[in-house]
Design a binder for this molecule. Structure first.
Ligand code: OSB
Ligand code: MG
Length: 359
């Protein structure tokens, strides 16, 4: 699926997405899940070409052999496979989805959500010029988004923040480094403190928590961890060591809704807010992010924004729309409240495999 506009982070630029979708058929009802792994192993070790064989050889057979009636039951079936959380999440979330549709219940309610609308922010990638970035920020603010996050890296950080703050002194602003800095650069990172940022996301290594605690002690700006948090134990460790004051939850990164809820609960126990991250999802994953964001401790605007920011045509109906007050209204319809456009998916499909249970 070609992106409306390229997206660039400290680890690279992407122009279009190749997405692994999973659907689960149960008694004639179909649920969908999206694997948020990237086209390359740059954000995480997982990527689409590791997810596919993992689903094919391990996760789908485990599910079909044992059968399972609920999303909650998937974790133990998949536990023997280490890591591969994005692949697991794709399948587990499809099971949650089919379970909700079969019960005729909204997914958000099944997950224990409470919010009837959720607050939206935008994540704006590195651009070809600062002028282009300022233009984009202006557009998103006019659309009503409640928080602007920009991607940063050495050479595209303080200089850019200076220009943004000169123009918009009091917007809610944060930055995401995707591991672009090292602890040696603490003095440099400390200079972000001058820009009144809501947070700095994942400044240091993706596989590191403790050194973020060292950095957090040295700077005022709240650190938010993204890449480093794979499960509730990571979250607990991060919060006990003071490695962050905010957590970004991506349902794929932590292995599915069940673990996402656990991370949410751990943060809540520490009185630390969470928000829902994004992975340039199609409507399938986007609808799941919306359901997750209804949980009580999602107290900050997420990277969950309108379909049209990403796609000329999204694969769900209706598309995700954000109101001019920067909120998404939550549907009471069964499942995600969005219908999957299988006709359009078929048009985009380049590879497909089906696995059947014994019955
Ligand atoms: O770090 O949050 C991130 C996109 C791809 C990989 C990592 C990240 C992101 C985003 C985009 O920031 C969020 C979105 O708009 O979906
Ligand atoms: Mg991030």
């Amino acid at each position: 699926m070609p992106l409306v506009h390229f997206f660039e982070t400290s680890f690279g630029r992407v122009h279009s997405r190749r997405i692994v979708l999973v659907s689960v058929d149960s008694d004639g009802v179909r649920g969908w899940g999206e694997c948020v792994a990237g086209e390359d192993p740059f954000y995480s070790p997982e990527w689409i070409e590791s997810a596919w064989p993992t689903l094919k050889h391990y996760l789908a057979p485990a599910l079909l052999k044992n059968g399972v009636g609920s999303g909650r039951g998937c974790g133990s079936l998949f536990a023997r496979v280490r890591g591969h959380r994005m692949a697991k999440a794709a399948l587990e979330n499809a099971v949650w989805d089919v379970e909700a549709r079969k019960k005729g219940q909204p997914l958000w309610k099944m997950l224990g959500g409470a919010r009837r609308e959720i607050a939206c922010g935008v994540s704006i990638g590195i651009q070809d010029s600062v002028e282009q970035l300022l233009q984009k920020i202006e557009t998103e603010l006019a659309a009503g988004y409640r928080r602007v996050k920009i991607k940063v890296k050495p050479g595209w950080d303080l200089n850019v923040l200076e220009k943004i703050r000169a123009r918009w002194g009091d917007i809610v602003l944060s930055v995401d480094a995707n591991s672009a800095y090292t602890l040696d650069q603490t003095e440099h990172v400390r200079k972000f403190d001058a820009y009144n940022l809501l947070m700095i996301e994942q400044p240091l290594w993706d596989d590191e928590v403790y050194l973020h605690a060292r950095l957090q002690k040295a700077i005022q700006t709240a650190i938010c961890l993204d890449e480093s948090i794979h499960h509730a134990r990571d979250a607990d460790f991060a919060l006990e060591t003071g490695a962050c004051r905010i957590i970004n939850i991506k349902v794929g990164r932590v292995g599915g809704f069940t673990e996402a809820k656990k991370v949410h609960d751990v943060a809540q126990q520490h009185n630390v807010p969470v928000w829902c991250g994004g992975m340039l999802e199609s409507g399938v994953g986007r609808a799941h992010n919306i359901a997750l964001s209804t949980l009580e401790n999602f107290r900050l605007p997420g990277d969950v924004s309108a379909s049209k920011r990403y796609w000329k045509e999204d694969i769900i109906e209706p598309e995700v729309e954000v109101r001019t007050d920067g909120m998404i209204a939550i549907s009471d319809a069964p499942g995600t409240g969005y219908q999957v456009r299988e006709d359009l998916i078929r048009k985009f499909t380049v590879r497909e495999e089906t696995f059947r249970g014994a019955k």
